[in-house]
Design a protein around this ligand. Structure first.
Ligand SMILES: *Cc1c(COP(=O)(O)O)cnc(C)c1O
Length: 428
C-alpha cells in the first residue's frame, strides 16, 4: 500500500496550511506518519489520493451516518443548489428541519441553528447564564465540547482539575468560571455546589465520545438531573456526537433523561456545517430577537446545509438502522475481544449504539483517568495495520469509531478479519 501522493500533498500543504490540516486530529499526530488526503467516498468506503480504498469508520467524525453520498441526500442538495446558496433571509427549509429536530427531542420546543458544534455549545452556555443569572459552569474531565475558551479545560489535559487553561491563548479570566468534575462521579459535582451558589449549569456528553467511548453508569445522568433541579441549575446535554446517532432522539432517549438545553451538530447537517441548540419555550424566549441574549450568524440556516440535514434525518428515520448498528457493533466488539484474547493483548471495549472503540488497557474505562491508562503506542500499531488491511479508523486512541448504515455484511466480515491481523501485529 503506497501513500506517496498523500505524502507529497502533506509536504505541499504544510506551506500555507497549519500542519497541512484545518483540524488537528487530521494530522495523525498521535499515530505518526503522514496524514491521508482523500479523493472521494461513496457508501461505506472512502478512497485516498493514492487510490487506496478503505471501509470508513471515521465518517467525518460522525456526520456521514448513512454512508457517503446517499442517493436521496445528493438529490436534495442538487435540487436546493438550483435556487441559490445563501440569502440572508429565511427559507421554508429551516422550518422543516426545526420541526424534525424538535419532534425528536421531547424537551425541545424551539431550536436555533448555527454553523458548528462549537458554536452550539458556547451559545448554550450563554443561554444558561442568561436564564439563571449565574456565571459558573461545571464540565467533566475528558469531555470535549468544541474549542470555546471557557471549555478548553480538562479537554485532555492534566492541568485540568486545577482549572488551568488547557490551551495557550486562553486567559485565566475566561476559565475562572469553569469548574471540573469527574465523569460518573456525582460527589465531585455535589462538592462544587457546596462551595458555590452561582452555578448556572452542568454540561455533559451523555455518552462520552471524546476520551474514547465512555458510558454513564448507574443512572448517573438521572441522578445528576435530580441534583441540578434541587439547586436551580440547568443540565446542558451536548449531543453534538450522540444526537441521531445512538437513537433518533439521541442518548437522552436511550438513557431516559431530558436536558434543559440540548446541543446538536455533526449528523444534523448530513456532512454540511450545521449546529443547533434548543430548549423548552421558557428558556428559548431569552434568545434574540425574542429576548435579551444575543446570538447571530450570517450563514446560519444555510439552505444547502438545511437540505442536506432534512434529507439525512428523513432517510435516517425511514431506515431506523439503530438495531443494525447495535448488531454490527456487537460483532466488532466480539472480534476485538476474541482476537485480543487469542494474542494475549490487554484490551477493554466500550460501545454505545453506533459508537465503539477498544482501549489498550487491562482496566475498565469509566472516566478520563482510566482512559489514559491506555497504551497509545499499541493503538498506533493497531491503527496502521488496520489501514494496511483496508480499514480507516480515527487516528487516535481517544476517538470513537463510527458506524454507518451503509456497512454491508461483507464490510463487517472484512473488518473482523482486519482486526485479527492487526491484533496479531500488536502482540508481535
Ligand atoms: C465534535 C464535537 C463538538 C464540536 O463540534 P464542531 O462542529 O467540531 O465545532 C462539540 N461537542 C461534542 C460532544 C463533539 O463531539
Amino acid at each position: 500500500m503506497s501513500y506517496k501522493k498523500s505524502e507529497k500533498l502533506f509536504k505541499k500543504g504544510s506551506k500555507h496550511l497549519v500542519g497541512a490540516v484545518n483540524s488537528p486530529v487530521r494530522a495523525f499526530a498521535s499515530v505518526g506518519g503522514s496524514p491521508l488526503f482523500i479523493k472521494k467516498a461513496k457508501g461505506s468506503k472512502i478512497t485516498d489520493v493514492d487510490d487506496n480504498t478503505y471501509i470508513d469508520f471515521v465518517l467525518s467524525y460522525g456526520p456521514m451516518i448513512l454512508g457517503h453520498r446517499h442517493k436521496k441526500v445528493e438529490k436534495a442538495i442538487r435540487k436546493a443548489l438550483k435556487n441559490g446558496y445563501s440569502f440572508g433571509a429565511s427559507t421554508k427549509a429551516e422550518i422543516t428541519l426545526a420541526k424534525i429536530v424538535c419532534d425528536a427531542f421531547p424537551g425541545m420546543d424551539k431550536v436555533r441553528f448555527v454553523n458548528s458544534g462549537t458554536e452550539a455549545v458556547f451559545s448554550a452556555l450563554r443561554l444558561a447564564r442568561a436564564f439563571t443569572g449565574r456565571d459558573k459552569i461545571i464540565k467533566f474531565a475528558g469531555c470535549y465540547h468544541g474549542h470555546a475558551d471557557a471549555l478548553l479545560v480538562a479537554a485532555g489535559s492534566g492541568l485540568a482539575t486545577l482549572s488551568l487553561p488547557g490551551s495557550k491563548g486562553v486567559p485565566d479570566a475566561a476559565v475562572k468560571n469553569t469548574l471540573v468534575s469527574n465523569y460518573n462521579d456525582l460527589d465531585s459535582v455535589a462538592a462544587h455546589f457546596e462551595k458555590h451558589n452561582d452555578i448556572a449549569a452542568v454540561i455533559i456528553e451523555p455518552v462520552a465520545g471524546n476520551m474514547g467511548v465512555v458510558l454513564p453508569e448507574n443512572d448517573f445522568l438521572k441522578k445528576l438531573k435530580k441534583l441540578l433541579e434541587s439547586k436551580g441549575a440547568l443540565l446542558i446535554v451536548d449531543e453534538v456526537m450522540t444526537g441521531f446517532r445512538s437513537k433518533f432522539g439521541g442518548a437522552q432517549e436511550l438513557l431516559g433523561v431530558e436536558a434543559d438545553i440540548t446541543c446538536l451538530g455533526k449528523v444534523i447537517g448530513g456532512g454540511f456545517p450545521v449546529g443547533a441548540y434548543g430548549a423548552r419555550e421558557e428558556i428559548m424566549q431569552m434568545v434574540s430577537p425574542l429576548g435579551e441574549m444575543y446570538q447571530a450568524g450570517t450563514l446560519s440556516g444555510n439552505p444547502i446545509a438545511m437540505a442536506a440535514g432534512i434529507s439525512t434525518l428523513t432517510e435516517l428515520k425511514r431506515q431506523n438502522p439503530y438495531k443494525k448498528f447495535d448488531t454490527d457493533a456487537q460483532r466488532i466488539e466480539e472480534a476485538l475481544l476474541s482476537s485480543a484474547k487469542k494474542y494475549n493483548v490487554d484490551i477493554t471495549v466500550n460501545r454505545f449504539g453506533a459508537m465503539i472503540n477498544p482501549f489498550f488497557t487491562d482496566t475498565q474505562v469509566s472516566n478520563f483517568a482510566e482512559a489514559q491508562t491506555s497504551d497509545t503506542a499499541k493503538f498506533a500499531k493497531f491503527f496502521w495495520e488496520m489501514m494496511r488491511q483496508g480499514v480507516f479508523l480515527p487516528p487516535s486512541q481517544f476517538e470513537a469509531w463510527f458506524l454507518s448504515s451503509a456497512l454491508s455484511e461483507e464490510d463487517i466480515d472484512a473488518t473482523i478479519a482486519a482486526i485479527d491481523k492487526s491484533m496479531q501485529v500488536v502482540a508481535g
